[in-house]
Design a protein around this ligand. Structure first.
Ligand code: NAD
Length: 326
């Protein structure tokens, strides 16, 4: 089998190339994203492998079909980048990686939490300049405080356990509570009003878009810490910036942002037309943002590569496609 990888970075090659060799697959890594314009690069390949920001539109999928592509592999969980009506019409199965190291994402959320709380980013900047003054770097002890977890799926449950490890009281809101768990479920309003730390782990749906906005922020305690490692669209960025400037938050830790499709996964430091709201948010010392790297561990990348290539193996052998997007 020959696989055309789109939107590849050096770390994709490091993870996938040796494993693909073991599977006996021939792989070609294209740096370009999959788009209607680049889809023809897949001519002569049996499979494509794409990532979160690729654009498998109807036009792109038709081109892939015309190029002889028989199966589309996604090296991620989300499939919103694929026109599934078109892949169905073309008879091209779409195989994804539904889960990979949820602990890795939760651990990153905790890293952001303790960075903005204990201000290690500011301490780091000072000490490397031989400035050992700790004035302004005081944090709070998490023990005994209340953490509110919104979304208690695979990642949210890992976060619950980690927050309990700090000695925090954990409350949670989920549209579909897991009644078999020992998690204390409360209403969304109770999470907003009672929590010292709020961490978001629910998916982005029309009903969760901008769930954090000026009204929900107003219900939060002053000095709350807000963490988002889920999807940027959960937060209204303009409302967040206004509240940050008004001194609402002790800290805000973000691994995702609303406009990340325009900026993330590339070095954009030289552009002159930076989004002003995002740029202002990033200049505030109480805000720490990482560029969608919560998943980015050796364990998660290894799991992604193994599941992706096993998905192709199942397709090649005519076995059951357990990770097919229906
Ligand atoms: P999951 O499907 O296991 O859990 C999602 C939970 O959200 C479920 O318990 C579900 O009932 C709940 N939910 C659904 N609608 C809700 C609503 N309206 N309000 C509250 N809760 C609701 O997903 P997961 O694997 O735990 O992933 C959670 C999110 O993390 C994903 O949707 C994705 O956006 C994000 N994610 C981010 C990274 C990263 O690198 N930053 C990596 C993987 C996943």
């Amino acid at each position: 089998m020959k696989i055309a990888f789109f939107d590849t970075k050096p770390y994709d090659k490091v993870t996938f190339a040796p494993l693909a060799e073991k599977f006996g697959y021939e792989v070609t890594f294209f740096p370009e994203r999959l788009t209607p314009q680049t889809a023809s690069k897949a001519k002569g390949f049996d499979a494509t492998c794409s990532f979160v920001n690729d654009e498998a539109t109807a036009e792109a999928v038709q081109t892939l079909k015309d190029c002889g592509v028989k199966v589309m592999l996604l090296r991620c969980a989300g499939f919103d980048s694929v026109d599934l009506n078109k892949t169905k019409e073309c008879g091209i199965p779409v195989l994804r990686v539904p889960s990979y190291s949820p602990d890795s994402v939760a651990e990153h959320a905790i890293a952001l939490l303790q960075t903005v709380n204990r201000k290690t980013h500011l301490g780091f900047n000072r000490t490397r300049q031989f400035n050992f003054n700790i004035d302004g770097l005081m944090g709070v002890a998490l023990v005994g405080k209340t953490a509110g977890v919104i979304g208690t799926g695979k990642i949210g449950k890992c976060a619950v356990n980690m927050l309990r490890g700090f000695g925090m009281k954990v409350i949670a809101y989920d549209a579909f509570p897991d009644k078999s768990s020992d998690i204390e479920y409360v209403t969304l309003d109770e999470v907003l009003t009672k929590s010292d730390v709020i961490t978001l782990h629910c998916p982005l749906f029309p009903e969760t878009k901008h769930m954090i906005n000026k009204d929900s922020i107003a219900k939060m305690k002053d000095g709350v810490i807000l963490i988002n490692s889920s999807r940027g669209g959960l937060i209204n960025t303009e409302d967040l910036l206004a509240a940050v400037k008004a001194g609402k938050f002790r800290g805000v830790g973000l691994d995702v942002c609303e406009k990340e499709h325009e900026y993330f996964f590339e070095d954009r430091s030289s552009i002159t037309d930076k989004d002003p709201v995002l740029n202002e948010l990033l200049q505030d010392d109480r805000v720490v943002m990482t560029g969608h790297q919560a998943f980015f561990t050796i364990e998660a990348m290894t799991a992604i590569a193994e599941v992706t290539l096993n998905n192709l193996k199942a397709f090649a052998e005519g076995a059951e496609l357990v990770n097919e997007v229906k």
